[in-house]
Each structure stands twice: as C-alpha cells, then as structure tokens.
Design a protein around this ligand. Structure first.
Ligand SMILES: Nc1ncnc2c1ncn2[C@@H]1O[C@H](COP(=O)(O)OP(=O)(O)O)[C@@H](O)[C@H]1O
Ligand SMILES: [Mg+2]
Length: 466
C-alpha cells in the first residue's frame, strides 16, 4: 500500500498511520524495498508540528512559572546538534504567546530576549550572547570604567547586568535566551555563573542551549559547577521516539511514499529530528549535503592521527574495541589514545563500552563515502590483519555483522544502544556490538564493498525519485 492509494484529504494523517503500522518492524530487520515507484513532489507545507518532549516542555514551562512568581531560574538545555534545543525554546515562546520574529506584543505573558553566540568565536567576543540579547544596553554595559583593576571592572559590569535584569523584569517576567553557549567566551560563562548565584527574586528565566559534541573541557567544568546552584536546572535532550519522528515527517514525505520507505527514513534518522527532516526532504537515505558539510569540516579539521582513527572505525560495523583499534592502527599506544581522544572531542566518535563508535550512522556514512576505494581496501585489510593478530580468527556475531563488507547502511543503528538512547540513555549510533579482537571482521578477503557502491554513494537506489 502507498500513500497515493489513499484519499488525498487524508494524506498526511494517513501517512502517519501507515508509517506507524510499520513501526513495529523497525526494531527488527525490516527489508527496504528498492523497487517501489515513487512520486517526486515534496510537500513542504509548513514547519512540522512539535512532537514528543512532554516532560521537557513541562519542565521548561514550570521554570517559567517559578520565575514569573519571583523565583529566578536558569535552565541549560544540552543535546547533540539537531536534537531540538532551539525548537523546545521556540515552543515555550509559542506557549507564552510570543512571536519570535515580531517580538512580544502587549498581550504576551513575558518579555523575550534572544542572544546567539557567534560560531567558533572562542574568546574573541566578550559577553557576546548577552550583548546580542540586549543590544540597546550594550554601550552602557560595556561603558568606560575608571578602575585599573580588571577584576574590579569586570565585577562592576556584572553588577550592572544584574541591575539591568532586575529593572527590566520589574514590569513583566523576562525570558533571556542565550543560544549555543558551547561557543561562549569565558566572560559570558563567568557572567552567567554570577547571575545564577545572584538572581533571586527577579522575575527572570535564563535559558541557555549547548551542543554536546562541541562542548569543551572548560565548558564542561563550568557546567559541573553551575549545576550545584539552586536556581540552575540542566535539561539534557535525548533522541525522539520513532512514533514522534513519524509524526514529524508526515508533512514532508512525498505523496505516494510507501510505508517501507517511511520506515527506512525513521530508521536512518535514529531519533534525530533534524536528520529526519533532511532525509524526508531530500528523499535520499544517504547523508543530506547539509549534514555532510558539517561532518567533513570536522573530519578535515582533525590532526592526521585522529582522522586515521575515524577512518579506521568507519569500516567496522558497530564500532571497534580499543584493543582491536590498537592492533589495527599503526601507532604507538600513547599516540593512539591521544588521537582517539581528539576524535571523541570532535563529536564524530563517542566512547562506547571499551571502544569507539560513531555518534550517528549518518556520520559514519559521510566518512566512509569520502574514502577512496583504495583507502577503504587498505583499511579493511588492516582491520582483518589486526583482528587476526589480536586474537584467533573466528566467526562471531560481529563477523556476521560485517556481511556487507563494512559498508554502512542507513538505519543500522537501532540496536540495544539506540533503544537505550530513546529511554533517556546517551546518544550514540551503535546498533551492534563493538568489533573486538578475535571477531571475524570481513568475510570476503580483498572485497571491501559491493561493486558500484562507491560510485554515487551507497543506498542511492532508495531515493524518492528512483
Ligand atoms: N520535538 C520536535 N518536533 C518537531 N520538530 C522538531 C522537534 N525538535 C526539533 N525539531 C526540528 O528539527 C530541526 C532541528 O531542531 P533544532 O531545535 O534547530 O536543533 P538544535 O537547536 O538542537 O540544533 C528544526 O527544524 C526543528 O524545527
Ligand atoms: Mg539550536
């Protein structure tokens, strides 16, 4: 059955029902039909409905209610890129009757100020998000200070900010949104720390968002300190349930899309709403260009040893144990540990059990697709040799898992870890056990992937327009 078989009026809802009917199969190994006829029209009607996140919405709304009652709050929303941090904040704005484009009107329940951190600004922009949120007061906040002592000058600025927020919130509750604090400069972090301690009875809710994979060690330390303040709540966002993703993409998928294809998109997205939207919009189950660009930028920014680790893990289905990596990558142990640390810090890999896996199956696909055929062949050979050296070559579950020759396939990340992530566990793409010494890594010697898979990218046959 396809969506096209249904009455047009019921299209979107029917798509949801159809896809929901196949959701049960997602946890198994539902086959993706490659011969389906598809319609190319994509319906980008409006921003998809907000789905899921009932508990998180409630928490944020409760924080606003407390703040509006004169108990200032700070909520820090964390999560991987595209998981829905900004959207959750936008949802609160909608609940409060605030149009973020035009700003609050006289009927709105609160004042609403948003300041973004500049990408990769590092220490370059002092107080960046605060000044962006309060541009009219920026000159006054940064005004000349006659003190020659930098600490005294900074303290005065902090006090001015506290006074400003107190004054602004005297008339109506104030929501101050500081976006992408993983890029915040140190002065912004210190100022937010100061406010978390000193804001008390002001009707102020400060909401910060931070991207997990780009949060530096210093910022993590700052978060750990901050969470001890009574006013501060950390709100980590985990991946959405399959049923929420289905609802989210219902308006984006082309009419005529089969239930199997909807299920394939849901599987490939692994609970990430941004990935789901991009996959549904492009009709390709391979990584959308927007995602590829970010992943490749990160990969090429890595030092060569860290890139070598990322490349090596990309040919192992489900990731690799540290022992196997040691036996596979020609590097001293110290260098390898350092390289693995850099690969994890970049957000491309996550440390999982006793090894490393890709954060998301689509990230693995981008890395794998970028490799030249000769590079893949070499990496597979090293993997086979490393496994042989490190342990007796034998068939095992991971060997069977590599029946594809290590070629990444969309939607393979739905395993115990994926389901754990949905229950609130860590976000990582790891549908299969890590490959360990002694596991059989590659069943077909010398053959790294099916012929033609490298040209045009894997899984292109699943596109909407095929
Ligand atoms: N719960 C949700 N329901 C519907 N769409 C969502 C949801 N969460 C995120 N999205 C959509 O996914 C995309 C990425 O979300 P965004 O909030 O920008 O992610 P982040 O800020 O975490 O990087 C946006 O287009 C957003 O509208
Ligand atoms: Mg965001």
């Amino acid at each position: 059955m396809t969506v096209a078989d249904l009455p047009a009026a019921a299209g979107a809802l029917a798509a949801v029902r159809i896809a929901q009917s196949v959701l049960n199969g997602l946890s198994g190994h539902a086959q993706i039909s490659t011969g389906c006829r598809l319609v190319t029209t994509i319906h980008l009607m409006h921003r998809p409905v907000f789905t899921g996140r009932a508990a998180e919405r409630q928490l944020l709304h409760d924080a606003f209610s407390l703040a509006a009652d004169g108990r200032a709050q700070v909520v820090l929303i964390t999560g991987e890129a595209g998981i829905g941090k900004t959207r959750l904040v936008a949802d609160l704005a909608e609940q409060l009757g605030i149009d973020q484009l035009t700003g609050p009107d006289s009927e709105a329940a609160a004042q609403w100020r948003v300041g973004n951190c500049a990408p990769l600004a590092g220490t370059a922009l002092a107080y960046g998000p605060f000044l962006a949120a309060l541009p009219d007061q920026a000159g006054w906040l940064l005004g000349e200070d006659d003190s020659s002592d930098m600490l005294v000058a900074r303290h005065r600025l902090f006090e001015r900010m506290l006074a400003l927020l107190s004054e602004l919130s005297a008339g109506a509750p104030l929501v101050l949104v500081l976006e992408d604090l993983h890029w915040a400069d140190e002065s912004s972090r210190l100022l937010l720390g100061f406010l978390a301690v000193r804001l008390r009875e002001q009707r102020v809710l400060v909401i910060g968002t931070l991207r997990d994979e780009d949060t530096s060690g210093q910022t993590r330390l700052w978060l750990a300190e901050l969470r001890r303040c009574a006013t501060v709540t950390l709100l980590p966002l985990t991946r959405l349930a399959d049923s929420d993703i289905v609802e989210l993409i219902a308006d984006l998928i082309p009419a005529g899309t089969s239930a199997e294809q909807v299920a394939a998109v849901v599987r490939a997205a692994e609970g990430n709403p941004l990935y789901a939207q991009e996959l549904a919009g492009t009709g390709e189950l391979g990584p959308p260009p927007s995602i590829s660009a970010v992943v490749l930028a990160k990969a090429y920014a890595l030092p060569a040893p860290a890139k070598a680790v990322v490349d090596q893990v990309s040919v192992a289905d489900g990731g690799m144990s540290h022992d196997l990596l040691t036996a596979t990558v020609p590097m001293s142990e110290d260098s390898l540990v350092e390289a693995a640390r850099q690969a994890v810090n970049s957000g491309l890999l996550v440390a999982a059990d006793d090894g490393y896996a890709f954060r998301h199956a689509l990230i693995r696909q981008v890395i794998w697709t970028e490799l030249l055929p000769g590079e893949r062949r070499r990496l597979h050979r090293r993997l086979a040799e490393g496994a042989g050296r490190a342990g007796r070559l034998r068939s095992g579950p991971a060997g069977a898992a590599l029946a594809s020759g290590g070629r990444p396939r969309p939607g393979r990340g739905r395993g115990p870890a994926g389901r754990a992530a949905q229950r609130g566990g860590p976000c990582l793409s790891r549908g299969r056990p890590l490959l360990r010494p002694g596991d059989r890594p590659c069943p077909v010697a010398g053959r790294t992937h099916p012929a033609g898979a490298g040209g045009g990218g894997p899984d292109r046959e699943l596109g909407w327009s095929s």
